[in-house]
Each structure stands twice: as C-alpha cells, then as structure tokens.
Design a protein around this ligand. Sequence first.
Ligand code: FAD
Length: 668
Amino acid sequence: MASNPTSEVDVLIIGAGPAGLMMALWMSRLGIKTRIVDKRTDKVFSGQADGFQSRTLEILDSFGIGERVWKESNHLIEVSFWNPDSDGTIKRHRRAPDNISGMSRFTEAVLHQGRMEAFFLDAIAASYPHPADPSGTPLKVERMVLPTSLEVDEAAAEDDDAHPITVTLRHLTEEEATPTQKLSNLSDGLFRSNLAGDDVGKMLAQSKGRADVREEVVKAKYVVGCDGAHSWTRKALGPKYEMKGEMTDFVWGVMDIVPITDFPDVRTRCMIHSASNGSLMIIPRENKLVRLYIQLTEVSTGGRVDRSTITHEMIFKAAQKIIAPYKLEYHYCDWWTAYQIGQRVGQHFTKCDRVFLAGDAVHTHSPKAGQGMNVSMSDAYNLGWKIGLVTKKIMPRKILSTYELERKQIANELIEFDHKFSRLFSGRPQKDILDETGVSMDEFSKAFNMSHMFTSGLGVNYSPSALVSKPSEKALLLESDKEVQHEGSPVAKSKLSAAAHCKPGMRFPSYQVVEQCDARPWTLHHKMPSDGRFRLWVFGGDISQPAARERMGPAATPFAGTARFRLDRPPSVVDVLLVHRAPRGEVELLRDLHDVYHPFDAKLGWDYDKVFADGESYHEGHGRAYEGYGVDPDKGAVVVVRPDGYVGLVTELGEENWGRLRSGSRGS
Ligand code: FAD
C-alpha cells in the first residue's frame, strides 16, 4: 500500500472557530507558514456567540476589523434589572450603565459569530501577498479535514529547527462532515451545544468504510488545538489533559427571535428574575433580533439532560411564563439551542510548549456572561505573536511558557466568576431577608456591577514572567509610603511608578495625542497595530528644553545594533515612539530629534509617524495623555508594550535606566 504523502509546516491549527481564526490571523500577519483545518463544511451562519467585550473590540481593531464589528453590531449601553414585587409581579427595579465609562473607546456590542468569522477570513486573505514572502501560499481554512493521530517527539522539543509533531489528517466528504442532528426545521444549535456528544467518532467511522479515503501526514513545529469543548487535540494528548470541574443542575434555552411584545425594555439588556418561574436575560441584537437566555426550571436534572426532550416550543413557553404579565410572541426565529451549565478548566494548556490548547478546548462555562468567544480569541491572541516571533527566531523558546502561566490564570478567574454569576442568576429570588435559600437581588446587581472590569476584559493582569517585569511586593510597599507623602500631586513622583497608570501585566491604556507632523489627533492604540512589534513609548516631557532632549536621546541605544532588534533598518521588531509635552510649534522633528524618532528609508524617505504631542487639538480637545498615563512631565518615562498591547516594563528616562531595557532586549 502506498504510504501517505508527507509535508512540513511551521504551525498547524486544528479548528477554525473564533480561537483558531485569531491564531490564523496572527500567523498570516507575521508571515508564518501555517495550515488551518476544520471538520465542518462551513463557518457558523447564525446563532452561537454574539457578545463582543471592550477589550476584544480593541484587539480586533488592532487587526483592522474592529470597526466592521462596531458598525454592524448593536451596542449595549444600559442594563435593566427586573425583580418580583411584593405581589410576585415582575417590576423594573433599577437601570445601570452596561459598561464602565471612560475605560475604552468601545462598549459591549453584539453581532453573531458568523459575521465575525467572515471578517476574520477577509482579514487573513488581505495579509497576502506577505511582504516577507511574496510568493508564499495564502492561508485558507481547509474544511472537511480531521486529524486522526498526533505524536510528539519530546527529545526534539527544544531544537529550534525541528518539526517534532507528526499529525495524520483525513479528508472527508461533505456528507461525512455535515452534522445531521437537527431536531426541527429551524436553525438549531443543539448539535454544537454541550448537551450533544462529540460527532468525530461518527465522521471517522463513516469515512473509514470508503475505499478512496485520503490521508496525509503533516510534520509541524507547533500545533494549536482550537477544536472546541470536545477537543480531539486535548484527548490525543492523554488523560493528564482532561478538564476538571462540574456540571450544574441548571439548564437554559437560547432563542434568537424578532419579538412581538408589550414588555417595555425589550431593546435594553435585561436581567429578569421571576418569583418562581426562573430567570430570563434579554440581549437586543442587530437587525431587530433579540436573544433570550431562558432558564428551564421544568427540565429534570440530576445528571446529564436528555437533549431530545428539549424543543423550541418548550423553551419559548418558559420565556412567556417568566415575562408574564407582559405578552411575548414571535413570527421569526433565527436560531435556538439549549445547554446545561458546566464549569471546567484544563489542567495543562500545553505539551512541551509545542502543542497548545486554546479556547473552549481548555475551558468551558455558561455563555450568558458573554465570555467564551472573547476569552477564546484572547487565548489565541496571547499565543499567536509568541509562536510567530519564536518561529522567526526573534525571541527565545522560553517565552512560550508564559502562555500557560498567563491564560490558565484567566481561565481560573473566569470559572470563579461564572460560578458566582450563574448561581446568582439561576437562583430563585429571596422572598424576604429570612429566606436563606433565595438569592438577594441587591447582591446580584452588586455582583454584576463589580464584575465589569473582568467581563470587559480590561481588568486582565498577567503575572510577572520573562515578558512582564513588575516591581517587587516590597518595593510596592515602599512605593505606597512615598505616594502618601506626595498626596495631592497629580502624578506619582517615584521611580517605580514613572507611568503610574501603566501597570506591567495590564493592557496599555489609550489616550488622545496630536501627531507632530500634521496636527491630526490619534488615540495611542491606533498607533499599535498587531504586527508582532514591541513598542517603546518614550514620554520625553518638555523637549523644547535642551535638558529634556538630552535625557531622552539615548532611548535609541539599548536596541540599536543588536541583531534581533535592528532599529536602523525598518521595519524593526521594536517600534520607538515619542509623546512629548512641549508646545508643538517649538519642536522641529528632523532638526531636534534623534534619528530613531524619524528613521530613514532610501525608498520611502523619513518616517513622520512616530512623534506626538500631548496638547490641544484643533477639533477634538486635549487628551491629557500625561495625566492619563500618570507620567510626571519633569521626569518622563519609558513604557515597553508587548506585541499584544500589554505593558511589559515601565521605567524612568535617563541613562541609568537603559540597562533594564538593554537586558530586556537580549533574550526576553
Ligand atoms: P468553537 O467555536 O467550538 O470552534 C471549534 C472549531 O473546531 C469548530 O469550527 C469545529 O468545527 C472545529 N473542530 C472541532 N473538532 C474538530 C476536529 N476534531 N477536527 C477539526 N476541527 C474540529 N461566547 C461569547 O464570548 N459571547 C457570547 O455571547 C456567547 N454566547 C454563546 C451562546 C451560546 C448559545 C453558546 C453555545 C456559546 C456562546 N458563547 C459565547 C461561547 C462561544 O461560542 C464559545 O466559547 C466559542 O465559540 C469558543 O470558540 P473556540 O474557537 O474555542 O471553539
């Protein structure tokens, strides 16, 4: 028998859902030789995830697709809490903002997952031809392809040039790859819900009987399993990789409908707790659609639920009961599904820092807090640039261990949050303060408000590592003493907090500045596209003064000349940018500033896009960036931002601090 054809690839991605597509987008932007396979015949067309959190929109925007989601989506601005009155009738208890104001230029937005997947595919296609490899094959999702075996040569794991992973792929026919579990003529998502079993076994069994079955062998440097909650990749890694956690007794239905109702808040996000019929969440969507998350109190639990007992009629009746005395009907249902709340996290997110698990493949929880797709994409966003820069030998392999460190922490926080939120939302409302088994509605709305930093994704705070340099606990204690002494000062005075509001491990915030060369206002995130580059933001203070210019001059030298970080040949992997506090008119870009702030290219001339003033714009006010970042203009600061937008290091300006940056530029 002829052996299977064999090929080599740098990265193989298994699964083209939100996590897999984010990974593929990074690889396409960085020009890494990659393949992405999916067992399904096509992308999602309706239903499934729909909530985009602020941080996710910032990330999508850094790839140039945030505006597309923002434009087509419905924006969630307000949330209403409806609870039973003393007579048991639901009443609006209070209204609150759905987001923390001023943290991000994006609020939570909703648009169905399929649109977002389409934007990803467009963005991946637009990455080609890639400047680093103009003749390289454009990355495309290879559908109806299933992996059937995976082996890792652990002895070769630390060899930068090795392809230590061997995967066998099987190509399916459309019939084999199409799920057949539809239970009604409506578009139902039960086959992708956690109430359904895995369909891979069935697909493989079907294709095995075929005489012309086509298989191939792929040797990869890295494999990323983004294959969802039933992850084949996770199972292939062995029992050590099983997810740990519990399935709860709470069963929920989901319907996307165009509602006909006299309920007054149907175009507002609502949390409704009925007296004894369960809870309902309303999410107003694009195109007049509304998503209803409906608690199914009548579905018997005590183990796994039999999904064949669940119908859309039954789910809708439950919604009508919760929302009564208001009337609820519909003519159009776009999609529906049901799920049982379970919270699980994988014990390990990687094998040998060669095979990685991302997204639902390594954490699952209830979808109501709108986190799964966001956290899944963020996993891949955290991992993609690391694999890319290691594959290109720009960064050492040791940075890959930060993936599990950083993302397992977030997965655990997510499960903890979901546990609390699901219990409060699925619990029966307290009748009075003596009712110990009921849920306090005040506790519920407080928990909701407290969770904004987490649910928006803006509160992520990674631990110290080769990529995050945090002041020690002891130094922070001393620091807080100093801050007490300087109380009343607009910015921190000590060295550890040179940019007091840029916290290592957290996302670099975004404030408006004015471009030196043409007076156009920008927020700094606009100047940080996801292109795999570190950013060194130099806050030079009033550089119209010679002393301030002197102080920031050597900012170039820590990186200049090191082979990995060539600043003299753009594009370098470190982008040096300056925000000054001088009157804009008193600074001449080419005359006053070191070459690193206006690198020269023989074909393209000088780069004018690296210097900004923290000043008044003509039409859009003053961004007050120094106050926002917490930088004292008399001292200045340098903030090193990782390619994923998280702060790696903060230091003061001045020759004695370049050592920290220099050592950071070598190795990690
Ligand atoms: P998936 O989206 O599951 O994608 C996995 C991909 O891998 C699929 O394309 C699948 O075909 C493919 N695959 C699977 N096995 C194999 C294999 N063996 N070989 C090849 N390919 C394979 N999240 C939110 O953030 N916000 C929300 O509002 C939200 N609402 C939700 C509502 C519902 C009703 C549900 C069910 C989920 C919701 N989620 C929400 C969760 C969200 O859908 C998931 O967390 C998210 O899709 C996970 O993305 P992923 O890429 O990790 O996995």
